[in-house]
Design a protein. Structure first.
Length: 247
């Protein structure tokens, strides 16, 4: 039997919103989303076992709203129009930092080719994650990082706090963001809290400090002799209710 469910992990481009490069302009950041074919990316890198999406949380996470998820909005002409509006009709060159690992390297290579179609020429810097951190905290300019987030709390609040400028590797300043965090944490009514999370999704779609690429799907195969197994969205599967029958 094959178990296949979307987990809590998503892959994303993380922008330095106060960068001295063009990505400091939200129109440029928005252009990235239209320039990238997320479905083609997921099909090539994950063999189709991924769900394309635009939110900074997955369907397995509290706060997710399918109605807010734009999915794949690939549109080269729209991307070019946004770049022109931002003052970059001919595109630009940019450094992108990518943590080592087959998945990340494949994502980066495909994105590099897709962005080139709209005039954005990226130079891929492959480094261990710790080396990227060292450069970031050392004050070096890192306009974009390719990484992932695994929502260990299974709640949108987890990523909201990660977007604060005081947290790991994030440079994003928005007072509305802080207000949303404070309001969501004080709200005990589920429906009202979801409404706040929806405001967060709208803010992220406009400001785009991160560009969500796709949500990882978790695959587990078992024999017919196994019963009682279920997937954990974090990949930390529990086996206390699993029964294995003899032939």
């Amino acid at each position: 039997k094959l178990y296949n469910e979307t987990g809590n992990k998503y892959y994303a481009l993380i922008f330095k919103c106060d960068s001295s490069t063009p990505v400091s302009d939200k129109l440029v950041r928005q252009a990235f989303e239209y320039a990238i074919d997320k479905q083609a990316l997921a099909d090539a890198v994950m063999a189709g076992y991924a769900q394309v999406g635009s939110l900074l949380c997955t369907p397995a996470t509290t706060g997710y709203n399918a109605e807010k998820d734009r999915g794949n909005v690939y549109d080269v002409e729209k991307a070019k129009a946004l770049l022109t509006e931002a003052g970059y009709p001919d595109g630009f060159d940019l450094e992108v930092y990518v943590r080592t690992g087959q998945i990340y390297e494949e994502i980066a290579t495909i994105i590099q080719a897709q962005l080139a179609e709209v005039g954005i020429n990226i130079n891929i810097n492959l480094l261990e994650s710790a080396k990227i951190d060292e450069k970031f905290y050392g004050g070096e300019e890192i306009p974009i990082r390719l990484s992932f987030y695994n929502n260990i709390c299974a709640d949108t609040d987890f990523i909201m706090q990660k977007l604060l400028p005081t947290t790991y590797g994030q440079v994003y300043f928005n007072d509305d963001m802080v207000d949303l965090i404070n309001r969501s944490r004080a709200e005990t009514d589920d429906a009202k809290r979801q409404a706040i999370y929806d405001e967060f999704h709208d803010l992220m779609a406009d400001d785009m400090p991160q560009l969500s690429l796709f949500y990882e799907q978790i695959l587990v195969g078992t024999s017919n002799m196994v019963e009682g197994f279920s997937i954990n969205p974090l990949g930390a599967h529990q086996y206390c209710h699993v029964v294995v029958y003899e032939n």
